[in-house]
Design a protein around this ligand. Sequence first.
Ligand code: ASP
Length: 845
Amino acid sequence: MLDFLGNLTRTHYCGALRASDAGTNAIVMGWVHRRRDLGNLLFLDLRDRTGIVQVVFNKETQPAPHAKAEQARSEFVVAVEGNVIKRQKANPELATGEVELVATKLHILNNAKTPPFPVEDEINAAEETRLRYRYIDLRRVKPHRNIALRHKIVLEIRKVMDEMGFIEVETPMLTRSTPEGARDYLVPSRVHHGQFYALPQSPQIFKQILMIGGLDRYFQIVKCFRDEDLRADRQPEFTQLDLEMSFPRQQDIFEVIENVMVRACAVAGIKAERPFPHMKHADAIRLYGVDKPDLRLPPMTDVRGAFTAEQLARFKFRSDLPIQLIRTPNVGQLSRKEKEQLDQKIRDGYFQAAGGLLRSVWIHDFARLERDYPETTEKIRTIGQVVENDLLVLVGGVDRPEVAPQSLKAETVCGMAGLLRLDLAEHFRERHKAFERGDWKFAWITDFPLFEWSEKDKQWVSAQHPFTGIIEEDLDKLEQPERRGEIRSKGYDLVLNGNELGSGSIRIHRQDIQERLFKALGLTEEQQRRRFGFFLDALTYGTPPHGGIALGIDRIAMLLAGEKSLREVIAFPKTTAAQDLMAESPSSVDAPQEEELEIMAAYPLLTSHNWSLAGLCDRLWRVIERQTSGHDLPVDTSFQQAMSLILAKSHDDARAVIRLGKSGYGVQAAALSRSLIEAAINADYIQLRPEEHGWAFIRSLKDSNQRLAKRMKPHASTDEVHQLIKAAEDIQTESGWPRTLGQRADFLPKPNYLYDVAYFMVSQLIHSDIAATAGKLSEGNRTGQFKLQVGPSNEWVPQALATCFIALHEVAKVSFTAFRIDQSEFEPLASLFQKLTRDFETAGA
Ligand code: ASP
């Protein structure tokens, strides 16, 4: 039996009890962390957010609570009333270790299943299990501590921003695409068919518009969504400190952020030094090989100058490319095994990856090098500022006749050497200990190139987002395609210990320049208008110079908490496969929701005419559904029986046609609507003589395997099979149901177009003339090639939907007659349909 909380009031948190509380009464509440039963004495360790306290149940003095405590198990939720006493022997492991609570009353408020893993500081449960049972994982000390720290950091950031005159403004989550270089998460609109909201990749455009709106200093702690390829250190939704200010110099923004970061670090007990150093992007690449340098270890140096031409030739180093010296401090002597491992790492790991274009020398025997090449060694020492116990590795371009010089660039040499530098630093972290010292090396990276060359798209693309300002002297190069790679932006990044914390820029604030940039990116005027029209307009109404930045809150919290994974500082994180294992998202949706949203319509852009047609089909389908589905319908007559069969199948077929049509699968929708035509012709044919034809229809269906038998005919060989087939055919002939669709259609009052439509469609779809294949074939990349398209293609959508409407309407009319259901709802739909098709024909003509 469980107890109720009633009016019971907690007096202390578990973790708060101290020696000074001895002698008082206390009521604590929490989870049973551990239970130890020593017979007369039973101990429960009770846990809440603040820590653990030991509770004692004494069988002799308090038999009732003791008996109750015997029922308690791990993770039961309980309240304990008792007296705080000093322990005879303190437990130094616990903050509450000097006291314990002698229970006078135990309330078991809830029981618990055995958890999938124990709630301990150190657990070895797989991360997957932890994420699936996140609520149990969250009970542990570390997640609590991390989440609380994150809270404190965010709180402090809000305070600092407020102190500096920034105003927090919320920007929409349901919005349109903002280009940050990732894919959008899209939300289909229920009200506006075929239209979508995009979840923001960032509030970039809105914050710029806030500056146009005169807000002057904006900030926001905001969720952003980017559908990017999976990577260990990314979350599809993440939190940014986003800010923007008007009339800023770059230095003003740096000062704001340095203030924020120093204060945020202080919350975590970390002392960060301002001002942060600045480094140009080109220097970061040259010295560290990356744009987010880790300054805790020495930079690389180009020691090309230490070698004579003859030595370079002998070592097969290219003289026109840097020879990067990587120094890893305090590595000292290596064992033979370590040397072998290192050899392999450098050879296989790096120089294989560079396609054999690089060459590296690992100087493990400096003494020998010194003996053979004393001068060179001395120069390397001086240029590279080598000190005792440094591990030295040289990386340069390989000089071999078969390697074309242009296949290797200086940035590639630096980039690969930079990766190796970090890898060596990680490998020898125990020796150099630079990562343990608690150094917090911030830096600003500036002077980024505005564009990057995209091999994939074969064009220049924005290195950051396309609103990034351009250094004035470089503006003219926008119109000189061959010089676009030289243009410098007004962008900057903040880095910390090899991590990018965020990036920002002084923006383009003039509409003429923004348009020139879009043009340089290859956007036509029409595309510019369609995607950014509202923003380009806003720029023309008096836009102040402005700039800003966004920092990754998750990453900052991770680093300040000393964690290696973002998931450790997010309450409900997603896996690297972008899933929430606890909530099991993403997930498929329930049918009605899917129907409303027509999520599949994410692909094609259907014309408004097609959407209207689909809407009419939907309404017709729903009338039928509402009037027939789930109701008892009479089937007293053959007519009714036959129509119930035809109606049921048409209902399903029509639904499929409408869905396929909306999703742009026009060809498939059209093929399926042929089955609806057959149903309509059958319905009309049955209605000619309801009882007689209805009965014939049912008889012909009864032995549907007869048709199967017929298909076997060409393969049949024995007499017996022949006889069976003949018998089956006789039954069908006797049923009186005309064998072909054409025969049935012939009976119907003329003119009846349905048969002609079916005939036309089938021949278009089956016969491989150009018209029939138009929806599936398009020209490939090269002339003389064709591409077969099996996915969405809007060809045939109007035919399919119009046919669906007409045929379903026919079937419904006849069925409703059979069941004596009121038909008045069809009338307005039919006239709407006629009007729509008339408008369409007029527009098309
Ligand atoms: N919108 C940018 C981002 O999310 C930051 C900025 O330019 O302010 O990376």
